[in-house]
Design a protein around this ligand. Structure first.
Ligand SMILES: C[S@@+](CC[C@H](N)C(=O)[O-])C[C@H]1O[C@@H](n2cnc3c(N)ncnc32)[C@H](O)[C@@H]1O
Length: 253
């Protein structure tokens, strides 16, 4: 999958019902999220992340935070009271546009569009916290690993990253096996190609997993210290999700 397919899907999802595309649930389909309720979930998630990092003995310094795959800023805005400056970055220009329009942007927050399969444009930035929830799971493994490698380089000395990723698809689960068989069969590919000639296919919110062994290799190359691999129940079976917590050791002068 190419980055332009990701961009086009997420732009269309943002234009259709951005809040539901970010937090999907049957009862919120059809623009049923109230904005206050939606952003309150971000506050609760950020409080939980900061409490977990404190418990792990790696509370981030309050300088700069990055929210990777920020959508409309559900988490970015919730980080703002805890940090001097916060950047939210997203591959979708439509999400970034919505993030700026949906409500006033706090003065210490920037929403940045990065339509690339890497974070080269950020190479001069350094962050004391890098957070990513329910975003890397929508990026194919090869590109997700490239982002994780780049994120290692964006940590300030002593900075900490908290990345949620799907790490396994349990194909012993009958429903998962059937879904895979249908999604990946040659007939499905031919059907999609033919259908796209006659009508624009609906945007697909695809989900990918990234092997823990591959992530570990990237972290090792990135010279970060793995603090914890936490089981994460936010994604239902047959997916298996983890949170990777890692830090860039403070350099000794
Ligand atoms: C389910 S939403 C989650 C948004 C936000 N993390 C939150 O928890 O509210 C997934 C977001 O990831 C973004 N995304 C997908 N692929 C991306 C990529 N390659 N780089 C950055 N963002 C990406 C999508 O545009 C979308 O805004």
């Amino acid at each position: 999958m190419m980055i332009r397919h990701l961009i086009s899907s997420w732009d269309r999802l943002a234009e259709t019902d951005a809040l539901w595309a970010i937090l999907t649930s049957d009862e919120k389909a059809g623009s049923k999220w109230s904005e206050d309720e939606f952003f309150a979930t971000g506050v609760a998630d950020v409080e939980a992340v900061l409490a977990r990092l404190k418990d792990l003995g790696v509370p981030p310094e309050p300088q700069r935070a990055l929210d990777f795959g920020c959508g409309v800023g559900r988490l970015t805005r919730a980080l703002a009271p805890h940090f001097q400056a916060v950047d939210g970055v997203d591959v979708s220009g439509a999400m970034i546009e919505k993030a700026g329009q949906i409500r006033a942007v706090p003065s210490n927050v920037r929403f940045l569009h990065n339509p690339r399969p890497n974070l080269a444009a950020f190479s001069r930035e350094r962050y004391s916290l890098i957070l990513s929830l329910i975003s890397l799971q929508h990026v194919p493994e090869r590109i997700a690993l490239a982002y994780v490698g780049d994120l290692c380089g964006l940590l300030a000395d002593g900075g900490v990253a908290y990345l949620q990723m799907i790490t396994f698809l349990d194909t012993r689960n009958a429903a998962a096996a059937e879904k895979l068989r249908r999604d990946e069969s040659p007939a499905t590919h031919v059907y999609r190609a033919v259908a796209s000639v006659f009508r624009r296919p609906p945007p697909r919110m695809e989900t990918f997993y990234c092997r823990l062994s591959k992530i570990a290799e990237v972290l090792e190359r990135g010279r970060v210290r793995l603090v914890a691999v936490l089981p994460d129940a936010s994604v239902p079976a047959p997916f298996v999700s983890h949170v990777l917590v890692f830090e860039k050791p403070a350099s000794r002068a």
